[in-house]
Design a protein around this ligand. Structure first.
Ligand code: ADP
Ligand code: MG
Length: 478
């Protein structure tokens, strides 16, 4: 039997507002437990939630970025269940009238294939608190700092057919929400989490198989592994004559397996009903248009522009638009340095990224900002310095505040492009190496590199390599 895998994802993106979705408490990560939970977050009697306008704006931006319907009349509902980290006894979410309706996301797979994934909906909701088990003996602590943190839950259609497709889709959403700056995308801190719904069916069968739902996967690598494990598990069950039960499962990264959490029978009936404390949200066209006009150029559009306007390769354009800050950095360097896109791109993806990686620093915190980096690239572009010396200078810029020109002047690193000066050095080197000269002239072409090296050394690395090569070959042949 040939099986087809079917996957739908529910992604929780934490919205990057400063305060919570219904209260003024801070959403800052990492505070002491229970220092960022006020009376509203604690569900005290008599308090009223007040909707955070910014969370609504962010959800609309997401709809605009995915060409999705905007729920101009959307409603908050109470999802009722008991859990220690949910003091109100219900979570405020959206049910039948979400803020974002159907849309599409275009995903590019590794082999270049383009895949369209349908969005079912995206709704606003509040996060719950956190139960803390590690720090206590025979007890569980409850930290309510996270209670009331705004989430956008993004639900896909069951359109993905492999773990790889699911990961490509999740990465796409991850890049999109960061691009439009509605979520910081930090997966370690739980700002971006995926639930994967997985089922299999015989190839050719229309009807969907019974699914299991793997909860709260917080890395792309784990997402891929969890889905692959789950598919194998379901195939084993069906081929052994059994039936898959609809249930919630957890991925255990240490053992690379999924385990049952609760089955459908035990599942809660949430008794959703409209929250009487919150008015329905009416979204005016004016607001939508003003948010639309403030939208950044989206990554796909920008990538295509980089290819069309700057003649970057598909690959380079992908790297330069992987996130918005990189793309902005690149465009600044291109603009200010006057260099070709190829040169700017190779210095950013090579020398800049390797130094950031080595130091574990994000581009925003780069010791060399786009303006200073442009100065460096400009000097390589106009042949003031060679690429090799450029790397040394970048190390110095990295460690201090000097700009490229200050370093060049201070250390006398200006590239020597004066023909007569280079010729003089070549003459000296040739005169000092008569044996090598004879060998070269008798056909040992390889010695050219030796001569280049000697002249370069004499110039302390400053001779213009192109000129040096040309002049040297002429002189050696003469
Ligand atoms: P629930 O609200 O119980 O989680 P939904 O019907 O809203 O269920 O579906 C949640 C997610 O599961 C969606 O992303 C959807 O595409 C996906 N899904 C639904 N049925 C299947 C299935 N049989 N196989 C794989 N994914 C599915
Ligand atoms: Mg679900």
């Amino acid at each position: 039997m040939q099986w087809e895998t079917v996957i739908g994802l529910e992604i929780h993106a934490q919205l990057a507002t400063r305060s919570k979705i219904f209260s003024a408490s801070s959403t800052q990560y990492g505070a002491e437990p229970n220092t960022q939970a006020n009376a509203v977050d604690l569900g005290m009697p008599g308090v009223l939630p007040v909707l955070n306008r910014e969370a609504v704006h962010m959800a609309i931006k997401f709809a605009l970025a995915t060409d999705a319907e905007i729920g101009k009349h959307n409603v908050f509902a109470r999802k009722n269940y008991f859990y220690p980290d949910l003091p109100k006894g219900y979570q405020i979410s959206q049910m039948s009238l979400p803020i974002v309706g159907t849309g599409t996301v275009t995903v590019e797979l590794d082999d270049g294939e383009i895949k369209e994934v349908g969005l079912t909906r995206a709704h606003l909701e509040e996060d719950a608190g956190k139960s803390v088990h590690e720090e206590f003996h025979d007890a569980t602590g409850v930290d309510l700092n996270r209670a009331g943190t705004p989430l956008l839950e993004i639900v896909s259609e069951p359109d993905m057919r492999s773990a790889k497709e699911a990961v490509a889709y999740a990465r796409k959403i991850h890049s999109l929400v960061r691009y439009i700056e509605i979520c910081d995308g930090n997966m370690q801190e739980g700002s971006f989490r995926c639930d994967a719904n997985v089922s299999i069916r015989p190839v050719g069968q229309e009807e969907l198989g019974t699914r299991s739902e793997i909860k709260n996967v917080n890395s792309f690598r784990f997402l891929e592994r969890a889905i692959n494990f789950e598919v194998e598990r379901q195939i084993d069950i069906l081929e052994g004559g059994g039936e898959v039960v609809q249930e919630t499962r957890l991925y255990d990264a240490d053992n690379d397996e999924t385990r049952s959490m609760r089955s459908k029978e035990e599942a809660n009936d949430y008794r959703y009903f409209p929250d009487p404390d919150l008015l329905p949200v009416q979204i005016e066209d004016e607001l939508i248009e003003s948010l639309r006009s403030g939208m950044p150029e989206l990554p796909d559009v920008r990538r295509k522009r980089f290819i069309a306007d700057f003649e970057l390769s598909e690959y380079d354009a992908g790297v330069m638009t992987a996130d918005r800050r990189t793309a902005d950095y690149f465009e600044t360097v291109l603009d200010k340095s006057g260099a070709s896109a190829k040169l700017a791109c190779s210095w950013i993806s090579g020398e800049l990224f390797s130094r950031l990686n080595k130091d574990g620093v994000e581009l925003v915190d780069s010791p060399v900002d786009a303006a200073r980096f442009s100065g460096l690239v400009a000097r390589i572009h106009d042949n003031t310095i060679s690429g090799k010396i450029g790397k040394d200078i970048l190390d110095k810029m990295w460690a201090g505040d000097d700009d490229v020109d200050a370093i060049i002047d201070k250390e006398g690193l200006r590239q020597i492009s004066d023909t007569s000066e280079i010729e003089k050095m070549i003459d000296d080197v040739i005169a000092a190496n008569p044996d090598q000269l004879a060998e070269y002239r008798s056909g040992k072409d390889k010695l050219l590199a030796y001569f280049v090296g000697q002249v370069m050394k004499a110039s302390r690395g400053k001779a213009n390599p192109g000129q040096l090569n040309k002049l040297l070959q002429e002189k050696l042949k003469a």
